[in-house]
Design a protein around this ligand. Structure first.
Ligand SMILES: [Zn+2]
Length: 461
């Protein structure tokens, strides 16, 4: 009897182990099947680790940006478009990790848990992915950046559609330059999409954050007068201004980008309040755009001296800003305090013409009250009407702020961030020209040419 019980017990253990094994296998299959099928050694999909068999990627006007023909990945016939859309599409080897061909490889290959890559083999194509971008607008943006490095991104602040996203340096994916690995100066960070993965000293564009904090925390800020004689004593040091502005109101201080006034405002606010506003506006937090994790903007004045706080208030401390994040701040100002989440994929269609639902727009975070948003919006509009001039942005009723971010031993970064109040062109834009020089001289013309191109593009729709 005893040995029968022992044998039964052993049997139970075996059966138990079998079930544990089966369940573990099933879970692993669920979790990892896509990864296993999509490995770069899977020759149904990749040749020598390079993506070959997948659906096409199209722009908002159904222009084919990349597709598979006779077992080869072929990009758009225009080299200007190929270079301008490289960072959005990504390369076929997966170096540009945030590119659509990498992030949406399951969808492009047509992989599904039930069918595996069966459909891919049957139809030789996978799914087509349609984007929200206009490839011609992207080509314009890259063209106006010229030989500069930098980032340009624009999106519809009412719907969330990203219409333009360009990162430079770039290269032609159809004929990869031979010196891409050796010419480190020319191709510095070429595999990074600077819109998603870059962070830069913000310079005076950060005065928008300081101004928002002042609107929310200093009740008489609009009655205050500031006096600029070209420099001001802050703590145990001196902050130098870009000019000698004389007596200024709060809004004129922003329009003239007065360093004296804004470093004094930062000190009035104190470390804690300015830090709270920055955190509320999404600093020190990694944003996500669908599946793409965006580099964090960082702001930390917890241990800053009074002088450092003054510099922080004008965007010249240790602060670093990501262009995509900055665009969401402008989107929130344009949209009553809460930004609409930007998105890049408009739709996915199978080879049988069936639409696969995609996650589109959802409300992003609430950055500020509607009141604050409207107040800062009026100030950004005043910057253009009173100082930059509407003639810099014909027909656009532009609101915005420039930045000339000073760097140690390097030419300044030229910034412009803003949005159009023209109802027919509800787009926000961020331009950062790395080591470009003056925001006013360099970034404004770039922003205007891209915005005019967007206006033309959406007027046709
Ligand atoms: Zn000044």
């Amino acid at each position: 009897m005893k040995s029968t019980a022992k044998r039964a017990c052993a049997l139970y253990i075996l059966v138990g182990l079998f079930f544990v094994g089966a369940v573990t296998l099933f879970i692993m299959l669920c979790v990892n099947s896509s990864k296993w099928a999509m490995q770069r050694t899977n020759e149904h999909i990749y040749t020598n680790g390079t993506l070959v068999t997948a659906g096409a990627v199209l722009d908002r006007n159904s222009k084919v940006l990349v597709e598979t023909k006779n077992g080869e990945r072929i990009y758009n016939q225009s080299s200007a478009i190929r270079k301008a859309t490289l960072h959005i599409l990504g390369d076929t080897s997966g170096f540009i990790s945030t590119g659509v061909q990498n992030v949406y490889s399951d969808e492009l290959v047509g992989y599904s848990f039930l069918n595996g890559v069966y459909l891919l083999e049957k139809y030789q194509g996978g799914n087509n992915v349609k984007l929200t971008i206009d490839a011609d607008v992207c080509a314009t943006a890259l063209n106006v950046l010229g030989s500069n490095k930098g980032a340009v991104c624009a999106y519809n602040y009412k719907t969330g559609e990203i219409i333009c996203m360009v990162s430079a340096p770039t290269y032609d994916p159809q004929s990869v330059p031979k010196d891409i690995m050796t010419n480190t100066e020319k191709y510095e960070g070429v595999y990074l999409n600077r819109v998603f993965s870059g962070v830069f000293t913000p310079g005076s564009t950060f005065k928008i954050v300081t101004a928002i904090s002042a609107i929310e925390n200093i009740s008489n800020i609009n009655q205050q007068k500031f006096n600029c004689n070209g420099k001001t004593t802050i703590g145990d040091g001196t902050v130098i201004c870009n000019g000698t502005h004389g007596e200024l109101s709060f809004k004129d201080a922003l329009a003239h980008s007065c360093n004296c006034a804004f470093s004094e405002i930062a000190v009035q606010l104190g470390n804690e309040k300015l830090q709270t506003t920055a955190n509320q506006l999404g600093f020190n937090k990694a944003l996500k755009m669908n599946k793409t994790v965006v580099a964090k903007s960082t702001f930390n004045v917890s241990s800053a001296s009074t002088l450092d706080l003054g510099w922080a208030g004008i965007g010249q401390y240790t602060t670093l800003v990501n262009p995509y994040h900055m665009m969401t701040i402008l989107g929130a100002i344009a949209n009553g305090g809460t930004y609409v989440k930007p998105y890049l994929v408009d739709g996915i269609e199978t080879q049988l013409g069936i639409d696969i639902p995609t996650i589109k727009t959802k409300d992003g975070d609430n950055y500020m009250s509607e009141n604050t948003a409207n107040t800062i919006k009026d100030m950004l509009r005043y910057n253009v009407t009173s100082y930059y001039g509407d003639s810099k942005f014909p027909n656009l009723q532009m609101c915005g702020k420039t930045g000339t971010a000073e760097l140690d031993n390097e030419k300044s970064h030229a910034w412009f961030v803003g949005f159009s109040e023209n109802e027919n062109c509800p787009y926000a834009i961020v331009v950062c020209v790395q080591n470009g020089g003056s925001g006013y001289d360099v970034a404004i013309p770039v922003a205007n040419k891209v915005m005019q191109s967007i206006y033309k593009s959406v007027s046709k729709e």
